[in-house]
Design a protein around this ligand. Structure first.
Ligand code: GLU
Length: 235
């Protein structure tokens, strides 16, 4: 099982994400990647260790107060740079990191290809972010609503975190049968696949339950909604 770390707040996200990924290395992985938002969306990812990704991203734009990072353990598609997470939606607006498996990805992928989608990677993860954006664009939905509707079509186990270029102050996360923890700091939130990368920042954590979607932003708002019920506002 691989690793997820997300950050939104007032500090620079990249060093927090890198340290978080290093804390998650014990889980095992084959590739590493980050996405950072700072007006534009920057993705740096490669096969190999966290330090390989850090070396690869030197001299690039690493600024931004919001970002996501991933260590991958390949299940769909060989370990290589292209299959490393994050993955982009068709328009490039959304970026996702994912732990787990989308079991029915082939059926969904086929339907999306018929609708004109093309895919850069061999992963089940890229199919999911294309599906989410396809649903979002069809009815001009809020991202979390599109995530909710997409996940109702998905069979599998997953923890996901998504950022959007056009909504640069929020992270949207969801899980089923794969853990996800939210750390609540002062003017900042962390999202991770376990508490290991969070505890040095805050002791205030919330464990997402199965079939819950969380939205965190840089104004101290955390909301959690189940796929079927109402929103709980927690801060
Ligand atoms: N199924 C996804 C992939 O192969 C995620 C694997 C993981 O949990 O790291 O990229």
């Amino acid at each position: 099982m691989c690793g997820i770390i997300g950050y939104v707040g007032k500090r620079e996200a990249f060093p927090i994400i890198v340290k978080g990924l290093q804390r998650l290395e014990y889980r095992g992985y084959d590739s590493t990647g980050v996405a950072l938002l700072n007006g534009d969306l920057h993705i740096y990812k490669c096969k190999g260790k966290v330090n390989d990704m850090v070396s690869f991203s030197q001299c690039k734009d690493l600024s931004g107060n919001i970002g996501i990072g991933h260590t991958r353990w390949a299940t769909h598609g060989v370990p290589n740079d292209i299959n490393a997470h994050p993955h982009l939606s068709a328009s490039g607006n959304l970026a996702i990191i994912h732990n787990g498996i989308i079991e029915n990805y082939a059926v969904i992928k086929e339907a999306l290809i018929e609708r004109g989608h093309t895919f850069a990677s061999d992963t089940d993860t890229e199919v999911l972010i294309h599906l989410i954006e396809d649903i979002q664009q069809a009815d001009n939905l809020a991202l979390e609503e599109a995530v909710r509707l997409a996940l109702q079509q998905v069979v599998g186990a997953y923890a996901i975190v998504i950022i959007a270029r056009n909504d640069p102050h929020r992270l949207v996360a969801a899980r089923k049968s794969s853990p996800l923890v939210i750390g609540i700091g002062t003017d900042e939130f962390f999202i991770a696949s376990d508490a290991t990368p969070i505890v040095e920042h805050t002791k205030n954590v919330v464990y997402l339950k199965d079939e819950e979607i969380a939205v965190v932003d840089n104004t101290q708002n955390l909301s959690i909604k189940t796929y079927t019920t109402n929103t709980k506002h927690l801060s």
